[in-house]
Design a protein around this ligand. Structure first.
Ligand code: PMP
Length: 303
């Protein structure tokens, strides 16, 4: 990875190599961090960060769930994000704001200082080159998502990603592009770092937030775009076998964007290529984030 030059840390802009933290920081030991994954796209009006305010709002919400306060407002975080894209001379970029319990106590309930950083870097398709076009082969993971009364899936917290790592690493070890997890109910949840959409008879079906998933902003964007296009959208619990029986299947997330799934557990989905509705939604999504269509919800925030 080529590291960019600048990073924002606790209100200062530093050289990438100088943005360090103490090894005894609380978050390193106990997973007590919250973070966001955001993308900026090159648009005809210049680089714009997609749903920046919504992402930084979710960052604040994640911290609230873990009972800490981020010492920077959403507006201050937005400004730091924009500044980092600019300073690093980026156009198509991934942004990573992170807030975490720093050095200041080793007890689980310690009220440590909260450290905050914003990193940015250039990033292409998350699940590998060509996947947006050709799709991936996925598997159902042997690891389930955590039950809703154990770890709150609605917080985008560092510790949650122990689950994501188990799911993603198992899938890669077995030769799959990504893993899909079941919830503790045994019903479908989501991918290691992506939400799921299934297509049946031209309608979009997605798993509900009660299925231990992160309420993704890409998921919300797709549901909004689809409804605007007159496509029926249904949120509901679904059993594993629906993955095999649907007409089309795709994953979505800020990093994964809209990634078609061509097979699950060796069963071909539809024709085994990206489906018609998947392609239509990909087109609408990329036209929107790249500023080629009207931004009627004000989701593109110019840097
Ligand atoms: N679920 C998980 C577990 C994730 O990590 C992500 C990526 N942030 C998503 C879903 C998709 O969320 P978003 O569309 O907001 O990036």
């Amino acid at each position: 990875m080529n590291y960019p030059e600048w990073i924002w840390q606790n209100g200062e802009v530093k050289q990438w190599a100088d943005a360090t933290t103490h090894v005894m920081s609380h978050a390193l030991h106990y997973g007590s961090s919250v973070f966001e994954g955001i993308r900026a796209y090159d648009t005809p009006k210049g680089p714009a960060i997609f749903r920046l305010t919504d992402h930084n709002k979710r960052l604040h919400d994640s911290a609230k769930i873990y009972d800490f306060e981020i010492p920077y407002s959403i507006e201050e975080l937005n400004a730091a994000c924009k500044e980092m894209v600019k300073r690093n001379g980026l156009k198509d970029a991934y942004l990573r704001p992170v807030a975490y319990r720093g050095l200041g106590g080793f007890g689980l309930s310690a009220d440590t200082p909260i450290d905050v950083a914003v990193a940015t870097w250039e990033m292409g398709a998350y699940l590998g080159p060509d996947v947006l076009e050709n799709g991936i082969d996925a598997c159902v993971s042997s690891w389930q998502r955590f039950a809703p009364n154990t770890i709150p899936a609605g917080a985008k917290a560092g510790g949650n990603y122990l689950s994501g790592q188990l799911i993603a690493r198992e899938a890669r070890r077995l030769g799959f592009g990504e893993g899909i997890a079941l919830a503790s109910t045994g019903l479908l949840s989501e991918g290691a770092g992506e939400n799921l959409f299934l297509v049946f008879n031209g309608a979009l079906h997605t798993t509900p937030v009660s299925a231990a998933l992160l309420n993704g902003l890409t998921r919300n964007t797709i549901m909004t775009l689809a409804r605007d296009m007159g496509i029926e959208v249904v949120e509901r619990d679904m059993p594993r076998e629906y993955l095999y029986l649907c007409d089309e299947l795709f994953m979505c997330g800020t990093a994964a964007e809209i990634t078609p799934i061509r097979s699950v557990d060796g069963r071909k989905i539809g024709k085994g290529v990206a489906g018609e509705l998947t392609r239509k939604l990909q087109q609408a999504y990329f036209d929107l984030v790249k500023g080629k269509t009207e931004d009627k919800y004000g989701w593109l925030e110019l840097v």
